[in-house]
Design a protein around this ligand. Structure first.
Ligand SMILES: [Zn+2]
Length: 217
């Protein structure tokens, strides 16, 4: 079973991908991880990627394709893979099709985690974590039991990510709508697109994804 998880940043793709790895022993393919692994392994294409990144430039689609292609040749791919965060554009979707075709692989499901933009802004802009133990909190939904004191470790210092602000969330959302969402019709034509409410509780989202993987065809 091979799956793509799509959705804007903050929709919970990474969380759901990790759960599929745990519960179904699937292989999670994130382009960031694959790039780092190729650079660390010092492969030809890893060295190319390293040079590009050190020059402060974005890694090209050709390099990502090369790295993905090599990764898809590894034996564990037979357990089924989850692509999370790729493809992001129509060009990447087309080259992914070619790549899979060459290797005799196919996608079974494309699952989009749908979000409501205002609710996503609300969810992301309120979050903060303990500076010492990283316990997660939220301004409106999960304040520490004792004001200003971490429930887990007792620290009184907390931190927020700089890009967890409304403007940044709306920019990421607009980018997703403009570039990534347009690849969906390509997969709709193949009849493999499913939509799941990404604003539901994490367990409910997992259950919906499980139902697709169990019964969907
Ligand atoms: Zn703490």
């Amino acid at each position: 079973m091979n799956v793509i998880l799509l959705g804007p940043p903050g929709a919970g793709k990474g969380t759901q991908a990790s759960r599929l790895v745990e519960t179904r022993n699937m292989v999670q393919l994130s382009t960031g991880d694959m790039l780092r692994a190729a650079v660390a392994a010092g492969t030809q294409i890893g060295l190319e990627a390293k040079a590009v990144m050190e020059a402060g430039e974005l890694v090209s689609d050709e390099i990502v394709d090369g790295i993905l292609s090599a990764r898809l040749d590894e034996a564990d791919i037979a357990r089924g893979f989850i692509l999370d965060g790729y493809p992001r554009t129509a060009v990447q979707a087309a080259s992914l099709d070619r790549l899979l075709g060459q290797k005799g692989l196919a996608l079974d499901h494309v699952i989009e985690l749908e979000v409501d933009e205002d609710s996503l802004v609300d969810r992301i802009t309120g979050r903060f974590t303990c500076a010492r133990c990283n316990a997660p909190y939220h301004d409106r939904y999960k304040q520490p039991a004792g004001a200003g004191v971490c429930d887990i470790c007792g620290s009184t210092e907390f931190k927020r990510r700089a890009d967890d602000n409304e403007e940044a969330v709306r920019t990421r959302m607009a980018e997703y709508r403009a570039k990534t969402a347009p690849i969906l019709p390509h997969y709709e034509a193949q009849g493999i697109v499913w939509r799941v409410d990404g604003m539901a509780a994490i367990d409910a989202v997992s259950a919906a994804i499980d139902a697709i993987l169990e019964g969907g065809d």
